[in-house]
Design a protein around this ligand. Structure first.
Ligand SMILES: *Cc1c(COP(=O)(O)O)cnc(C)c1O
Length: 493
């Protein structure tokens, strides 16, 4: 049997083949010397593959299938909310009136864009249960930094400058990093047996030097901290402010609001909760919402509205911490978020959260006899299981994650949160159907069975992917980022 075609586009190159056909030029040719001075030109023409249009298309179509995306299969990557991003959002942000904007255009000519920002700000404020919003931060971590700088400006406006921010031991890594970047000192508080903040451990940390507490709720164990109003009361009493990491708000939309829980600042990751493709690392948006007392410190400009209904950039905010990003944030991402929120409406958003929680609990029930679930209670939009029971076969969470790829499932987040041994953090998202969830459960169960019957197979997985296990350190130090002509390849020059 002939082998499957595996030649690269360089190996397929054949002198004289072209992927285009253009009519002969009817304008006079300009001598090359007049265009580019000889000293700046390369000595020999570049060696580029010469292929037909069909070869070129096959090349790029093939490349597009090498990566695993949310449109390839289940992508239960906990704490990342890899939900399906409706294509209508892409249509919306590509509308010429949005995509063709220039940031220096006069405000009178961009009223539609300003209106969208004005409305989105209000929707996010309503979802947060807080007063005002800035859309400027470019990502979740950037929102954290902005929120912390606002907390600091607020303390300083009252003539105080406390230095410490309390963070639970389950926190996302960006939280302590942002605290340090904002010039604060992070202080860890341990979790209790139910996975929430340990109140007795918290109390001694509440002193004069307390600037605030940063919390995710539901936290990265996927559980809701029922003591949140008590925590808020204690922190406020000690003069601190409460920061809510709302990167993954998939569990609470339309059900509970951070502002009502007592939080003063919230950031959202629109690219997680409100849908934007983000597997490749960006771009995203990390708007933050704040309580009315903190609103004067928000970055400039905010979008205002005059009495006669005109929208404008409001720069007249003397207590603002200043700008945190050029111009007005990642506008196209904001358009996607607005389209998503508008498309679903309040009832639809609530249903997103109900389905996200239901799906996570369904998966938990389906696997908890084979994988340990250390904090076994109703989970929220994600669950944290543990591959520790497989250790007796010499199989680890990493092996489970790699083997899942062979079943057409993207690995869940592994080894996070840190306080769970061999953690598998699974977030199915609301967009997976019951059949998809069953397949996910079946895959996880099949891998657990293989751990006992054929552990070596798991240690070698994945077996069916374009690449096997990478040496991650080597890949980072000596990345091979391009294909080349084979040494003995034909030269067309
Ligand atoms: C993703 C995430 C962040 C960071 O968001 P980025 O947009 O990647 O900067 C912060 N906190 C939590 C809980 C997250 O899941």
């Amino acid at each position: 049997m002939p082998e499957v075609e595996r030649r690269t586009i360089y190996e397929k190159s054949c002198c004289g083949r072209r992927a285009y056909s253009l009519p002969a030029t009817d304008v006079p040719e300009v001598p090359l010397d007049e265009l580019v001075p000889a000293g700046l030109r390369r000595a020999a023409p570049p060696r580029l593959p010469e292929v037909s249009e069909l070869d070129l298309l096959r090349h790029f179509t093939h490349l597009s299938t090498l990566n695993f995306g949310v449109e390839s299969g289940s992508y239960p990557l906990g704490s990342c909310t890899m939900k399906y991003n409706p294509k209508v959002n892409e249509v919306a942000c590509r509308l010429e009136g949005f995509a063709g904007l220039h940031p220096y255009q006069p405000q009178a000519l961009v009223q539609g864009a300003l209106e969208l920002m004005y409305e989105l700000e209000r929707w996010l404020a309503e979802i947060a249960g807080l007063a005002r919003v800035t859309l400027q931060p470019a990502a979740g971590a950037h929102g954290e930094l902005t929120g912390l700088l606002i907390m600091r400006a607020s303390h300083q406006a009252q003539g105080r400058d406390p230095r410490r921010i309390i963070i639970p031991d389950t926190a996302h890594g960006t939280n302590p990093a942002s605290v340090v970047m904002a010039g604060y000192e992070p202080v860890a508080v341990i979790s209790d047996a139910r996975g929430g903040v340990d109140l007795e451990a918290l109390k001694p940390l509440l002193d004069d030097d307390l600037a605030g507490l940063m919390l995710t709720n539901p936290n990265t164990l996927g559980v809701f901290d029922e003591n949140i109003t008590e925590i808020a009361r204690l922190v406020h009493e000690a003069g601190g402010l409460l920061y809510y990491d709302g990167a993954n708000s998939n569990a609470v939309l339309g059900i509970s609001r951070p502002g009502d829980m007592g939080f003063d600042v919230v950031h959202f990751n629109t690219h997680k909760t409100f849908s934007t493709p983000h597997g490749g690392g960006g771009p995203g948006a990390g708007p933050i919402a704040v309580r009315d007392t903190l609103a004067p410190f928000l970055p400039v400009p905010l979008v205002g509205k005059t009495e006669d209904g005109r929208f404008f950039f409001d720069d007249d905010r003397p207590q603002s911490i200043g700008k945190v990003r050029t111009f007005y944030g990642n506008f196209a991402v904001l358009v996607r978020a607005a389209a998503y929120i508008r498309g679903l409406g309040p009832d639809g958003l609530r249903r997103v959260s109900e389905m996200a929680v239901l799906n996570a609990n369904y998966v938990m029930e389906g696997i908890k006899d084979l994988y340990e679930v250390p904090f076994e209670r109703r989970c929220m939009h994600e669950l944290v299981a543990s591959a520790a029971p497989l250790k007796e076969h010499g199989v680890r969470a990493l092996d489970v994650a790699k083997r899942l790829l062979d079943y057409g499932v993207h690995p869940p987040t592994t080894y996070f949160p840190l306080l769970v041994d061999e953690a598998l953090m699974i977030e199915p998202t609301e967009t997976e159907s019951r059949e998809d969830l069953d397949r996910l459960i079946e895959a996880l169960r099949a891998v657990a069975a293989e751990a006992a019957s054929d552990p070596q197979l798991l240690r070698e997985a994945p077996l069916t992917m374009p690449v096997r296990r990478l040496d991650e350190a080597e890949a980072a130090r000596h990345p091979v980022l391009r294909q080349r002509f084979p040494e003995d390849g034909e030269s067309c020059a």
